[in-house]
Ligand binder design. Structure first.
Ligand SMILES: CC(C)(COP(=O)(O)OP(=O)(O)OC[C@H]1O[C@@H](n2cnc3c(N)ncnc32)[C@H](O)[C@@H]1OP(=O)(O)O)[C@@H](O)C(=O)NCCC(=O)NCCS
Length: 130
């Protein structure tokens, strides 16, 4: 059974292995632990002790939140976990005016099904920082 939690208190980096699938320079589990620890809001999906999906939001906690990362481990995809992670995160963001996400074309429909609208986006990346 998959369980969900909105904090990282009892989670160690060893429970966060296997993410950033397909990234040329994937951040390691320690970095992911730091990302989640420093985020304003998170939700984790766990299969027993192993984290199998996560989402995070950075936020001013007044008006805006940005969702930089959402990932479900490949063997767990297609089971409603990604959708549930977004819905659990949105519960924490319910008082905010704007929730923004940048995504590739191949995931746009996933977000559209959850009520998100396509807009133009501008990004800048520092690949040396990974
Ligand atoms: C995108 C991702 C998080 C989806 O998670 P998931 O657990 O497989 O998705 P779910 O099973 O919750 O799917 C929910 C719904 O979205 C649909 N869906 C899932 N992925 C989709 C996609 N890439 N394109 C279109 N629809 C998609 C499902 O069919 C399902 O539809 P339904 O409610 O009509 O049955 C997952 O595929 C993933 O981790 N991908 C790699 C990382 C990534 O691309 N993250 C997004 C970064 S912005």
């Amino acid at each position: 059974m998959i369980t969900y939690q909105t904090h990282i208190k009892d989670i160690s980096p060893s429970q966060l292995e296997g993410f950033f699938v397909g990234w040329p320079s994937p951040p390691d589990a320690e970095k992911l632990h730091a990302i989640l620890s420093n985020s304003a809001f998170i939700c984790l999906a766990l299969d027993n002790d192993k984290v199998v999906g996560f989402v995070n939001a950075i936020s001013d906690k007044v008006m805006s939140a940005y969702i930089p990362l959402l990932e479900v481990l490949p063997p767990y995809q297609g089971r409603g976990i990604g959708k549930r992670l977004i819905l659990e995160l949105e519960k924490q963001l319910s008082e905010l005016y704007m929730i923004d996400i940048c995504c590739d074309d191949n995931v746009a429909e996933f977000y559209q099904k959850l009520g998100y609208t396509k807009v133009n986006g501008m990004i800048k990346r520092n690949y040396k920082a990974l």
